[in-house]
Structures are given as structure tokens and as C-alpha cells.
Design a protein around this ligand. Structure first.
Ligand code: ATP
Length: 328
């Protein structure tokens, strides 16, 4: 059913967590567009704010966190930051399908997978429950599982990788047209991971979805994403079409991430880990560039001024040292 894919406009989004040192931002002034029908990948090291950003798409940030500023406007839903209660519950699952991180542990241990599919359908007013179960079985089959058997199983009877695929099935089965996958394949070996991503891509195309894939592994999204957004210290530091970002990274952090991955550089001996560690909420600088402590291009202005995200053609880069060439 192409043509139903919603667009998403995230503008000036800031999400804070309450800490002993006060409220600190895990996501700061992030603006991002998900174009209808595309797959966007968000990459960044652990703690960069990816999951917090994903939760914001469902207005699902829990205390001690809260969305402190900005909007998340989804076609057909409006600004989800303003949604509450029943409206929000209906939107989740039906409009926005999602697999949150650690989804492999989030199944109900007391119920079979099939029962959980039925519960999901009932709670969203699905009339054709038989059809829903059929779709669930089919999706599981496509991901290399024995659908009937998995539907009859409890969580403890499934491996981590199987649970992860069940999570993906649950994100897709209600036929939502916006799908958010947070680390969808981390429990899987490389070959299964590649297969699952291929299926995500196929289902995305068949159903006309808008998809967001979140991962710390830039190699994972390189395979599926049309666009990439790179996150660091709660900021989006670079965005653009995947091929451009991978083939000609501009931000020093993106360059470092790519250099660290042998299967992207094509040569194991060339791969170099990015020195240093990403900041935590407590250590992320209040002023200036969040990446400066690890940056080889650091200048004086980076200490004091946060670089603005600047668009040039299809590319958006937030770095004082980078003069993005026109028409990247
Ligand atoms: N409930 C919470 N209370 C306090 N701080 C939190 C909470 N959840 C996340 N944070 C902090 O917010 C920052 C961003 O976390 P987030 O989980 O969004 O990052 P991430 O990029 O998804 O990392 P990971 O891949 O490890 O999940 C981190 O510094 C994290 O410690």
C-alpha cells in the first residue's frame, strides 16, 4: 500500500533526565526529517542519545526523563509531544510500530507469543484476529522461523535471536506505516543480521513504510538506510544520504566512526579505533562543541560556541572546522 508512508518532522527537540546534578540533556536541540517512504539510520556510540530520541517519537520518555522542548510532528497524528492517554496508546502500535532496545526481554513470560499477538490486536481494535495471526506467522516465516511453533512458544523457549525476530514481527504486524527499530539485530550473528535487514527492507518497500533504524553499528545501517544521521553527545552532528555520508564523511566524528570499521574501510589493517570515550550526561560540555575533546580539528571557537547544524545541499553538518562544499 504505497502512498501511506508518513513524513516526520522533529524540530528543536530537547530531552532531559533528572540527575543529582539537576536536569541534564540527553538529546539537545535535535532537528531531523524522516521523508515518507525512506529508511533513516541513526548511528552513534552508546550513550549518545539514540534511544531517548527514538522514545520521543512515541512520546514515551519516562521519568526521570521528559521532553523539555521541541516538537515531533507525524503526518496523520500531529505533534505527538502533545498527545496523552488513550490517544497516545492508540497511536503506538497502530500508527507507529516499534521495537525498543532489549525487546528480546520484553515479552510477557507467562503468555505464548500467539496469545500476545491476539492481545495486541484486541487492544487496538483489530477485527480480523485470524488474519492478524496469519500475518504474524508469515512474518516469522520470512525471518527464517517456524511461525506456528514460535506462536505456540513462551519467551523462555526462544533464543535471544528468535525473540529479537519476534520483536520485529510485533512491530510490523499491526501494519503501522511508521516503524522504529532500536538495535533490531544486536543479538544476531552477522549472516542472520544481514538476512533480517534484507527482510526489513523488503517489508518496508512492500508496505510503503517510513522506517527509522537505530544502531551503534554503522555497518548495519549502511546496508539498509537511505539516509544516515550521526549522533554524538545528544547532538546530531551529520546527516545526509547514506552513500554520501559513508563515501565522503565530513564531520570528524563520522570520519572516526567509519575508520573504526574494517568492513567499511575494506582493510582490517587500516581500521583504527576512535581514541577516547564519548561523554556521559554528567561530562557532556554545557557550552561549545560536544565532540571537541576527541577532535583532531579542534579550534578555539569550539570551546565556546556550539556549532550550528548547517545545510548544504542534501548534507547537514554541525562543525566549525568543516566548510561543507556547496552541492555536496
Ligand atoms: N532513565 C535515565 N536516567 C538518567 N539518565 C539516563 C536515563 N536513560 C538514559 N540516560 C542517559 O541519557 C544518555 C543517553 O542515553 P540513551 O540510552 O538515549 O543513549 P543511546 O545512544 O541509546 O545509548 P545505548 O545504545 O547505550 O542505549 C546517557 O548518558 C544515559 O546515561
Amino acid at each position: 500500500m504505497p502512498g501511506q508512508a508518513p513524513g516526520v518532522r522533529i524540530d528543536g527537540l530537547t530531552v532531559v533526565y533528572k540527575t543529582p546534578a539537576g536536569e541534564l540533556p540527553a538529546v539537545r536541540d535535535v532537528s531531523l526529517r524522516l521523508e515518507p517512504g525512506t529508511i533513516t539510520g541513526i548511528v552513534g556510540e552508546s550513550g549518545s542519545g539514540k534511544s531517548t530520541l527514538a522514545l520521543s517519537l512515541l512520546n514515551a520518555v519516562q521519568p526521570p526523563g521528559r521532553i523539555a522542548a521541541g516538537s515531533v510532528d507525524i503526518d496523520g497524528l500531529g505533534d505527538v509531544v502533545g498527545l496523552r492517554g488513550e490517544e497516545l496508546r492508540k497511536a503506538r502500535g497502530r500508527h507507529v510500530g516499534y521495537v525498543f532496545q532489549a525487546a528480546q526481554n520484553s515479552l510477557n513470560p507467562l503468555k505464548t507469543v500467539g496469545k500476545q499477538v491476539l492481545d495486541l490486536g484486541r487492544s487496538h481494535g483489530v477485527e480480523d484476529l485470524r488474519g492478524l495471526v496469519r500475518d504474524a506467522k508469515e512474518l516469522l516465516g520470512r525471518m527464517g522461523l517456524d511461525g506456528a511453533r514460535v506462536l505456540d512458544s513462551h519467551q523462555h523457549e526462544l533464543s535471544g535471536g528468535m525473540r529479537q525476530r519476534v520483536g520485529i514481527m510485533l512491530a510490523l504486524v499491526l501494519n503501522a506505516h511508521l516503524v522504529v527499530l532500536d538495535e533490531p539485530t544486536t543479538a544476531l550473528d552477522m549472516i542472520t543480521q544481514a538476512n533480517i535487514l534484507k527482510i526489513v527492507r523488503e517489508v518496508h518497500a512492500e508496505r510503503g513504510l517510513t522506517t527509522l533504524v537505530i544502531t551503534h553499528d554503522i555497518g548495519v545501517v549502511a546496508e539498509v538506510a537511505d539516509r544516515l544521521a550521526v549522533m554524538y553527545g545528544g547532538r546530531l552532528v551529520e546527516q545526509g544520504p547514506t552513500r554520501q555520508v559513508l563515501g565522503d564523511p565530513r564531520h570528524p566524528y563520522t570520519k572516526g566512526l567509519i575508520r573504526a570499521i574494517p568492513r567499511l574501510t575494506g582493510d582490517i589493517s587500516e581500521a583504527r579505533a576512535l581514541p577516547g570515550r564519548p561523554p556521559t550526561l554528567a561530562t557532556v560540555p554545557e557550552r561549545g562543541c560536544v565532540f571537541r575533546d576527541r577532535c583532531e580539528l579542534r579550534m578555539d571557537v569550539c570551546e565556546t560556541d556550539d556549532p550550528a547544524a548547517t545545510a548544504h545541499g542534501d548534507r547537514i553538518v554541525a562543525c566549525h572546522a568543516v566548510k561543507v562544499r556547496e552541492h555536496a
